[in-house]
Design a protein around this ligand. Sequence first.
Ligand code: SF4
Ligand code: SF4
Length: 329
Amino acid sequence: MPSLLLPHADIKAWLDRLGTDGELHAPLRGRDGAVRFDVVQQGVIPDLQALRSLLPPKKYLLPPNDTVLRYTQADGYHLPLQATTRLILLGLHPCDLAAIAYLDRQFFGDQPDPIYAARRQRLTLIGSSCRPDAYCSCHLSPSPLPAACDLFLHQTATGFLLMPETPRGSAICQATADLLRDYEPKPPPSPRDHFGVAMPPPPQTELDPRLPDWQELANHCLGCGACSLACPTCSCFELLEFGGLDGRTAERLLRWDNCLFKGHAEVAGGHSFQKDRAQRFRYRYRHKYRGYGPLQGVPSCVGCGRCRVQCPAGLDLRPLAERLEKGAP
Ligand code: SF4
Ligand code: SF4
């Protein structure tokens, strides 16, 4: 069966058609030059050539500030109502799709998170191919997780090859069939090619906490947290409870937290499990490159490069990770 090609000339009509099935969000370049996922207004063509957005698409699943519980005297604690409008996220690169696959594993684990599940259910994910730059490491250490997308667009010189991955993706192809052309040349690459399948197993040796690299790296870190904020798989949070002055209502808020912040591991009494920045650095490394908890052995770094682009101190954990993976001291 021939593949389906969406010619460049028909992309605008295709996007307008997509927008009738839900609210379309895609990468848009702002006046400041930064690329952000945002709602696409009728007639606007998103920047599908942009390599990475400032914030990753995790913001659709895990907003930075979120009410997770409400309390009233009459009903006790209850989950807040969630929006049900369908959202179509277009232009997700393989690293961001792998990141969503990672978050799915995390939030649909032993105890599925109902708020995450409701948000995930309303998303249609449309990926698009890209070319890694010097900041990317997706091609060096591909995520072992399969793509989490409904439809994948592979960019060619003449247009986009459409590759449906789920019934939702096939339905989009059928609904826009009049805009698509048959594409006969050799079979297109599978979107899974962008993720690779092999990930070198992490070394089993326990890391030596006295390795000088941690301290050396930590000495340069400003503790600003930009790397974690920008990371598509970082999901640390803190919970805050606010009681109403009437004594009858309350709200529990979730707010993004950051493992490189000094207060992150603080507990009652002012004790901290990670007092030193070097300890916090080591923690971040382990989480990103070794996995943790039930996801032990599954790296959460998908190689998007955002942390490297945004670190004001120019820090990069990747060379350290490579050395440790090879077992070098
Ligand atoms: S650790 Fe850096 S390169 Fe890896 S997924 Fe997070 S932001 Fe991207
Ligand atoms: S972005 Fe750089 S300076 Fe800021 S916390 Fe991360 S590693 Fe440290």
